[in-house]
Design a protein around this ligand. Structure first.
Ligand code: COA
Ligand code: AMP
Length: 625
């Protein structure tokens, strides 16, 4: 048996013994006696009687072990032309003070804190400060509009919101305070306090008693100690797009998460404790939670927090410059970032200017890694490129090439094999496993390993109906794909109304709700069409109400504005096409998949359930004219 098979079989046949062993690698306040047990909802929970604190594991523990002087976090910000480094003891002290500041505002264990911040060290510190108090953070990506923030405020009901005066994008400053004010105005839930960090690029006005200046609020506070929590207590809620306009609050627990994070750093990424780990993502996404903040710090690495883009900050050499400057061991980003670099530096001239001898492996996730991008990065950097598949719901990779266990041969287009702890099966519509190479629903057999969500925040029914009830005994991932005869997993894309735009997960269902609310529109469909740079881009097809006269371009402009205003620029909704009617089944279901295939110029079969086949010809004409 290979090393991978051995480890995989152990996790499969004796999950409790496997995870009990892994749990010994973190410093519990009270080690768990029970490894796996069902909760009141009948959901399997890991380490239910263990006690710990995630901020302790990420900071204090390393200081206690004599590693306080090691650099914990490097901040590199080409957009503000600044750089900063924090040792473990410096980071611990700042986090303890921020925790003290939150405690003074009445935040205690179990309270929620919404964090709407750009990629600055204080964002990570705010997360860790919540963890220190046993409070539950919910980070909202800075690219989301006020409406998205309002929806999250309403669902999470935070006591405090933490923000900064602005975010900085390529050549533009985005003031956050007006967005926060509007979100609070629109939300039925009002946080008691907004703590705002002023940035010199755009200072915000504090208007009411509700608003507190971060620096002033910190003055004279007492550092707060780590509060013990149960392994099953929530560490954070992270909202992610589902099929409707209401995002799902994915709940992450403390204990399972910490154990999985620690395990992944050795098993998947093979990073030494003194290594430098760089996830070029954003703290607003799950990759940022797991691999900018928690996993590298729990492991004792140096993590890089980069406030910039792969291109235009200032050029497509940014990634390679950072890798050389900080001796990065492992780089992790989304394929779209590398496609952007490839577009602007096709020959990889800038790669040659930097010494990448320290860089061991490049990991990619967030969307399918297309073979041309994989080949380009591999050939230009001469580094192994590892695709791995995961979701906000799991918090870590479900399938990948576990380089710390065994480096398996790579197959283009495949995320390699299930990571130990995950049982990946491909099911047909009846829930029966299909033969190798046959596509179906990618499902995970329960129990899910540590770190995977145990529920949707305050909506357990949604967890059951959205993930568990379709195939009893399984979690349905929402992705379609197949396993080949050697057990390699190929993820072929979402089979629901979720699309992936530049590695950002977005709901076409939500866009349809916004577009469909326009007074001129009778009905609409939004589909994700292929884009060479961003993977997918949303495209709206709209049918006007009878008798409505409106210029197509004016309508498109209004719809683009509405989506931008309600979801955010990051949705990249730029096109809406007026059509006479939408192709439907006889029962009235819009044939979105077929529309997408037509838009992408793919071969398609006319569904047997179609109401009127000529409707497809009309769409084909409209899309390609
Ligand atoms: N705050 C505010 N606005 C943001 C934002 C943020 N954090 N992130 C993106 N936006 C805005 C951008 O300014 C842009 O606005 P515009 O339409 O007014 O120009 C819009 O959202 C789209 O942004 P983006 O998707 O970043 O496109 P881009 O063309 O500026 O850059 C890439 C293209 C490929 C360089 C960029 O998408 C990228 O770096 N992708 C990697 C994504 C990633 O790391 N994903 C995480 C998963 S691991
Ligand atoms: P998110 O929850 O934002 O991480 O998005 C998860 C979704 O992104 C998955 O359900 C997939 O559709 C897609 N995804 C993430 N990683 C990969 C990958 N390596 N290959 C293919 N799709 C991926």
């Amino acid at each position: 048996m290979s090393a991978y098979q051995k480890e995989y079989q152990w996790a499969l046949s004796q999950p409790e013994s496997f995870w009990a062993e892994q749990s010994k690698n973190i410093d519990w306040f009270k080690a768990p006696q029970t490894i796996l047990a069902n909760d009141e909802n009948g959901i399997e929970r890991w380490f239910p009687d263990g006690e710990l604190n995630t901020a302790w594991l990420a900071l204090d523990y390393h200081c206690e072990q004599g590693r306080g002087e090691k650099v914990a976090l490097i901040y590199d910000s080409p957009v503000t032309d600044s750089k900063q480094q924090f040792t473990y003891s410096q980071l611990r002290d700042q986090v303890a003070n921020i925790a003290g500041m939150l405690a003074e505002q009445g935040v205690t264990k179990g309270d929620r804190v919404v964090i709407y911040m750009p990629m600055i060290p204080e964002a990570a510190m705010a997360m860790l400060a919540c963890a220190r108090l046993g409070a539950i953070h919910s980070v909202v990506f800075g690219g989301f509009a006020a409406n998205e923030l309002a929806v999250r405020l309403e669902d999470a009901e935070p006591k405090v919101a933490m923000t900064a005066s602005c975010g900085i994008e390529i050549n533009k400053v985005i003031p956050y305070k007006p967005l926060v004010d509007r979100a609070i105005m629109d939300s039925r839930w009002k946080p008691e306090r907004v703590i705002l960090l002023q940035r010199p690029q755009c200072e915000a006005e504090l208007q009411s008693e509700r608003d507190l200046d971060w620096a002033e609020a910190l003055e004279g506070v007492k550092p707060h100690a780590c509060v013990p929590v149960l392994a099953t207590d929530p560490l954070y809620i992270l909202y992610t797009s589902g099929t409707t306009g209401k995002p799902k609050g994915v709940v992450r627990d403390n204990g399972g998460h910490a154990v999985a994070m620690k395990y992944s750093m050795s098993a998947i990424y093979d990073v030494p404790q003194d290594g430098v780990y760089w996830a070029a993502s954003d703290v607003g996404w799950v990759v940022g939670h797991s691999y900018i903040v928690y996993a590298p710090l729990i492991h004792g690495c140096t993590t890089v927090l980069f406030e910039g883009k792969p291109v235009r900050t200032p050029d497509p050499g940014a990634f390679w410059r950072v890798c050389e400057e900080y001796q990065v061991d492992v780089l992790f980003s989304a394929p779209t970032a590398f496609r952007a670099i490839k577009k602007e530096d096709p020959e990889g001239e800038l790669i040659k200017q930097f010494n990448l001898s320290n860089l061991k492996t490049i990991f990619m996730a967030g969307e399918r890694l297309d073979p041309p991008t994989q080949e380009w990065v591999e050939s230009k950097t001469a580094k192994p490129v590892v695709d791995h598949w995961w979701q906000t719901e799991t918090g870590w990779a479900i399938a990948g090439n576990p380089t710390g266990i065994e480096v398996m041969p790579i197959k283009a287009g495949s995320a390699t094999k299930p990571i130990p702890g995950y049982q990946v099966e491909i099911l047909d519509e009846l829930g029966e496993p299909v033969a190798p190479n046959q596509q179906g629903f990618v499902a995970l057999k329960r129990p899910l390993p540590p770190s995977c969500l145990p529920t949707v925040w305050r909506n357990h029914d949604r967890f059951e109906s959205g993930y568990l009830s379709q195939f009893p005994g399984y979690y349905v991932s929402g992705d379609g794909g197949y396993l080949d005869e050697e057990g390699y997993l190929f993820i072929m894309g979402r089979i629901d109304d979720v699309i992936n735009v530049a590695g950002h997960r977005l709901s076409t269902g939500e866009m349809e709700e916004i577009v469909g609310a326009h007074p001129a529109i009778a009905e609409c469909a939004v589909v994700g069409v292929h884009d060479d740079l961003k993977g997918q881009l949303p495209l709206g097809l709209v049918v006007l109400k009878d008798g409505v006269k409106i210029d197509d371009l004016q309508l498109e402009g209004e719809l683009v504005g509405k989506v931008r205003d309600q979801i955010g620029a990051v949705a990249c909704f730029k096109h809406a096409l007026v059509v006479e009617r939408l192709p439907k089944t006889r029962s009235g279901k819009i044939l979105r998949r077929t529309i997408r295939q037509i838009a992408d110029g793919e071969q398609y079969t006319v569904p047997s359930t179609i109401d009127d086949p000529t409707s497809l010809e009309e769409i084909e004409k409209a899309l390609h004219s």
